[in-house]
Design a protein around this ligand. Sequence first.
Ligand code: F6P
Length: 493
Amino acid sequence: MWTKEQLQETIKEKMGGYLLVAVSNRQPFSHVMKSGKIICQRQPGGVITALHPVLQATGGTWISVGVSPFDRQAVDSNQKVKLPYENPTYELRRIFLSKDEMDRYYYGYANEGLWPLSHIAYTRPSFAASDWATYQQVNRTFADTILKEVGEQKAFVWVHDFHLTLVGKYLREANRPNLVTSFFWHIPWPNSEAFRICPQKEEILEGLLAYDLLGFQIRHHCDNFLAAVDQELESRIDREKTAVNFQTHETLIRPFPISIDFQAVSQQASSERVVQCTERIRDEYAMRDKKILVGVDRIDYTKGIPEKFRAVDRFLEKYPGYKEKFVLFQLGQVSRIHIQRYKDLNDELNLLVEEINWKHSQGTWVPIIFTRAYFSYDDILALYRIADVCLVSSLHDGMNLVAKEFVAARSDARGVLLLSQFTGAARELADSLLINPYDTETFADAIAQAFSMSLEEQEKRMRKMQAVVEQNNIYRWAGKVLSQLLKFEFQEA
Ligand code: F6P
């Protein structure tokens, strides 16, 4: 099995002399003011869950956007801060953008254009020309920052997510033979019918084909990408190598299903600190004598949160005997709130919770507890530990690491995972109960099935899923990417 140490060994052996530079829009930690003190808070999202342990193992620099005024105060004259705060192993170099740049590059082109374009969630993408101009300009800022960071050193530049499709192209234009570049697309790649509506489709494809290696979560997304290239660009697709030759450059296209640090999550979830959090949370939310359903999601229309609430409503209509016997605890991590669609979703969720709770409440009991409070990573692990059932109901999701974290957190082999069949994770976690979040009827029945599952059955399924996630962990994922990029043979550990 791949471990942190094995990844470190591989890097020493194969990447000697290379600096590792990871690049993403979202930063791993943000500095915020809490009770009169500046503290460093871990950020939500799949990129952080996956990359933070890798950077801890490899060292190097992570370049991302700083967002708070305290982020500015915390950096040195090179805009850097050492992380993690208690035991630094890598550097974070922050880029600061103006409000206008954030509006057009992040909220605008990335999240109102590319995000809905890539997810089948029936939200219409919009592409404003001025957003595209700023998107290009911010991608240039990223590329310039990388070039400054790297100087003349040999470096492996690893760019992440749909915000930064053009960075590789700008790096290539700078003509620096000291760089090898890779890009990982964390979300689904749409089919070519959906993709062709994007007014900047050629520029996006050309941008991506400037990288040396392009990674997607699953083979299906690689195939969709190749179909888009085939349809939109004058290029040569080498099916044998699964590579695209565009102009004079070759890009390898590969699936790398992303993962988590299984051992670390498992150990932390069993720690005394997390046990204390479970006690506190159970008391604070009066959940002691109840069966507990848990949901942990960024508040995003792709995550199927209203669908989850409707399934709970239907579950109570069909199985009223469960009244007062369970609670759905839904943690919603606020994101992209300046976009109207997200404001509407937040309003919709408030109304739905109010309506469903009013309809089914008895005495002090309500079926849904929905909170947007900040939960530390220990608190999130505590939620996984107290869950009888974890509900992941995404309408479309590249991978979904909440599902994998839940599995890793349950060293007691208890608990049931209800997982949307429209996540990348569903392909690996075949021992979950797979649901279709659009089908309220069968979703409600699956909740009943989960509640009545025997402990033996829970244990059997959980152990099988744990074996899968433990084996396909984040270090193996990073090892696979490196082996493709640096062209050495990947060995199972
Ligand atoms: O889930 C896809 C994703 O892009 C993750 O890769 C990333 O962590 C998250 O969404 C970003 O969300 P936000 O816009 O809140 O940073």
